[in-house]
Design a protein around this ligand. Structure first.
Ligand SMILES: [Cu+2]
Length: 188
């Protein structure tokens, strides 16, 4: 009886010794995996942006343990959190061409996908013209300087879904027809 208790104690001690050693080394391995993943992704992130997310993976770990003079194969599975990063090329900005003439604007489109947008004024008239842009329900007003005949200029902005007004601010130009709208539509 006493011998059996001693044996059980030795077994418990042996397990207590094996388990923390196993866990400790596995944690060190995980930390290495994670730092390596981050290192490669930041090195690639020169032109495009990097999108990272966390994923759970099962990691198999095989150990040989000597127990009672015999080698025993111990297989353990651990859930490991890994950072997975991908390079993301930003989408090209939406473009809207605006031709100016006396007196009006001709748009390349009546709608653009909301988001990063480039509006290009092309003065094909005989007078100077400019281009102002503002959401019809209020918001920031942006404008080009006055453009000479034949000149082009750009406004780059981030649009949100809604109606935008385009007009020329030179005296009477808007009243004479240089006043129109376009619609920024929700993206895909
Ligand atoms: Cu004008």
């Amino acid at each position: 009886m006493r011998a059996r208790l001693a044996l059980a104690g030795a077994l418990a001690l042996g397990l207590a010794f094996i388990v923390p050693a196993n866990d400790g080394s596995a944690v060190a391995g995980d930390a290495q995996t994670i730092s390596r993943g981050v290192g490669t992704s930041t090195a690639d992130a020169t032109s495009s942006t990097v999108a990272c997310s966390w994923r759970w993976r099962w990691k198999k770990r095989v150990r040989w343990v000597r127990r009672h003079g015999r080698k025993k194969r111990v297989v353990k599975y651990r859930k490991v959190k890994l950072k997975v990063c991908r390079n993301v090329t930003p989408p090209a900005p939406a473009r809207l061409g605006v031709r100016a003439w006396e007196f009006g604007f001709t748009l390349s489109a009546k709608t653009v996908e909301a988001g990063d947008t480039i509006i290009e004024l092309n003065n094909q008239g005989e007078d100077d013209h400019n281009l102002h842009v503002q959401p019809v329900d209020g918001g920031e007003e942006l404008a080009t300087p006055d453009a000479n005949p034949g000149a082009t200029d750009r406004i780059r902005l981030t649009t949100t879904p809604g109606v935008y007004r385009l007009w020329c601010s030179l005296p009477n130009h808007a009243a004479r027809g240089m006043d129109t709208t376009f619609v920024a539509t929700p993206g895909a």
